[in-house]
Ligand binder design. Structure first.
Ligand code: NAP
Ligand code: F7E
Length: 366
């Protein structure tokens, strides 16, 4: 048996004796009854096809978990982020809009841990589709908690809450005690999801934790989010595939971290004896302009020559500034981020340069 070494982004090492390597990938071998190995835990992830779902699945596989993802059916393949994991995970069809599918999956999978990452997560779309956003991102949390209550009340449950709940910030930095003032239908839906999680913990004793995660990014971020839009544009402009990129509010400030660091915090929350709520953030805020400067400078360009301001990208109500205080996570979970803001911007640009070169090599263009 060989054991795969470092997971390069998370710095994690495969330690479980149940992880064997095959063509560079790890595969899970079920522990034998009476073998003396601890029982393999099962994790169910909603939103496994998303940025965080793919990082979390990798992380849990490295920990020796059986990983099951819930994904909604699509007429085209949307498994790009988990394509490299498909021989090691199970994917079940389900939808946060469909109560029956959630109940059936929980009955069949019987997870020890359930990570509810599925949501409509792009803030501008939440103004275009406010009701649907409420259904996925808000009421969807109640649907899955109701399934938990009926089928598997002893599961450890993680809810993907968001710094967007702080919106028009009432104090800075923001901690678990800061009042919410959401500024978009997405933020409002996340406040509902957060409080229903707290409520099911208090009403039914469910081990339900809410992670209030500040923006976290990486090469798997959707192309519409500002960091990835910038890193992709910097790469394409460098390679002569594009000349300009249109952006909205360059003065918005965010506390940006690396997604691989943040999924570790999700897991740590579910390893605690007591459930709770935790802010996960770096404690540093930067502007969109700062991100542009570092990203373009990394490929030898001046962003001011390429960024075009487009007022149609301004939001009906903006979250001007977010800055997190993750003291509780540091003290209770022992969590801290490992990737700095500058390194995050540079690793995203490097990944996009490599991606664009691959696409051009294949005769395609992104
Ligand atoms: P993402 O890349 O947009 O992924 C969202 C996932 O949710 C996708 O797998 C999507 O599936 C799935 N989904 C959407 N609607 C669904 C439905 N009705 N039923 C089942 N699944 C559905 O988001 P992310 O960045 O990984 O974020 C993960 C979670 O953390 C989200 O809840 C997000 O709101 C929250 N969050 C993210 C951040 C951040 O900075 N990334 C910060 C705080 C909180 P499809 O592939 O089918 O679209
Ligand atoms: O915008 C400004 C924009 O779309 C960041 C989601 O994961 O994090 C994310 O939400 C800032 C905003 O992320 C463009 O106005 C300027 O102030 O990358 P974003 P977000 O809205 O902060 C939170 C924590 C979540 O929970 C969400 O799910 O950048 N901005 N110009 C722009 N933003 C975009 N998208 N595109 C622009 O051209």
């Amino acid at each position: 048996m060989r054991i795969k070494g470092e997971c390069s982004r998370s710095g994690l090492r495969a330690r479980s004796a149940n992880i064997t390597a095959c063509k560079g990938f790890t595969t899970l071998a079920a522990p034998r009854a009476g073998s003396g190995h601890p029982r393999m835990k099962t994790a169910l992830i909603t939103g496994i096809t998303g940025q965080d779902g793919s990082h979390l699945a990798e992380f849990l596989l490295e920990k020796g978990y059986r990983v099951v993802g819930m994904a909604r059916r699509a007429s085209v393949d949307h498994n790009e982020r988990i394509a490299h994991l498909l021989d090691r995970i199970e994917v079940r069809q389900g939808d946060l809009l469909d109560q029956g599918s959630l109940v059936t999956i929980l009955e069949d999978v019987a997870p020890d841990e359930l990570y509810n990452l599925g949501a409509m997560s792009f803030v501008p779309t939440s103004w275009a589709q406010p009701v649907l956003t409420g259904e996925f991102t808000g009421i969807g949390v109640t649907r899955i908690l109701e399934a938990v209550r009926a089928v598997k009340p002893d599961v450890r449950f993680y809810q993907a809450s968001s710094s967007e709940m702080f919106g028009k910030v009432q104090e800075s930095p923001q901690s678990e005690k800061t009042p919410f003032w959401p500024r978009s239908p997405y933020g409002v839906a996340k406040v509902y999801g957060h409080w229903i999680t707290v409520n099911y913990r208090e009403s039914y004793g469910i081990h339900a934790s809410s992670g209030i995660l500040f923006n976290h990014e990486g090469p798997r971020r959707g192309l519409e989010f500002v960091t990835r839009k910038i890193s992709s544009a910097a790469a394409r402009i460098k390679l002569g595939l594009q000349e300009k990129v249109s952006l909205g509010n360059l003065d918005a400030r965010r506390d940006w971290g690396y997604a691989g660091d943040y999924v570790r915090a999700m897991w740590l929350m579910l390893q605690q004896d007591e459930p709770g709520d935790y802010v996960i953030a770096t404690g540093e805020a930067h502007t969109v302009r700062d991100f542009c400067q570092i990203a373009f400078e990394h490929v030898g360009l001046n962003f001011e020559d390429h960024v075009v301001l487009d007022p149609t990208l301004l939001r009906p109500a903006e979250v001007d500034t977010l800055l997190g205080d993750a003291t509780r996570a540091r003290n209770v979970l022992g969590w801290q981020p490992e990737v700095s803001f500058g390194d995050l911007a540079r690793l995203m640009v490097d990944a996009d340069v490599a991606l664009q070169r691959r696409l051009v090599g294949r005769g395609g263009d992104a």
